[in-house]
Design a protein around this ligand. Sequence first.
Ligand code: ADP
Ligand code: MG
Length: 231
Amino acid sequence: NRDLAMQSQKLAIAGQLAAGIAHEVRNPLTSVNGFLQLMRSENPAHEQYFDIIFSEIKRIDLVLSEMLVLAKPQSIQFRAHDLHLILQSVLTLLQSNANMYNIILEKNLHALNSLISCDENQLKQVFINLVKNAIEAMPTGGTLRLKTENSGSNIVVSIIDQGVGMTDKQLAQLGEPFFTTKETGTGLGLTVCLRILRDHSGDIDVRSELGKGTTFNITLPVSPKPPSSVK
Ligand code: ADP
Ligand code: MG
């Protein structure tokens, strides 16, 4: 059980470095990709080699795009949004994903004030990453619960899974760039989440029990509700 935000200063430096590298690597990669496409179209031999090459290039590109989020975003747009609508759209997006693994998505969006000031796309990214991780932690199915409640001038979103859980060692490494226990993981999802939450004055707290499940609690400040009936 730990407070991930405490680590964010260290991660910020690692993130900046990662973003710098991503930027430098992406341009030559685009050029390599282009010339390989040309080679393939002029030379129909070695089709299966090209398949592997292009799927590996796609993977490098995915890692780079996650690393780039760690750079200061160029156009971060803070607007008033209903967090419940954002959460609902994330659930809709990942419903078929959940079905595939026999996971029931349960929502208790009970916060009375869910109005926050945020960049909608960035915040969606946070909850897509967290819900995806929860789904991936339950390979044999289970219930994934998404809950909100107000606490003081904050809203707390809890993502509760009944998955594999984490060891203390894994818990300690959470959020470190490139830390992953998955065969095809990038280990950048949570690093990106931490970065975005920090930009939104948010906080994240994790509790996990091996073999039982994991709970991520995300805290974000709410905007004061507009006065109800002013005449
Ligand atoms: P990735 O999903 O690509 O591995 P993340 O940064 O999203 O990268 O997650 C890093 C690691 O944290 C995962 O590989 C997994 O070991 C652990 N993890 C994250 N969320 C959960 C969860 N809900 N249950 C168990 N382990 C988790
Ligand atoms: Mg992930």
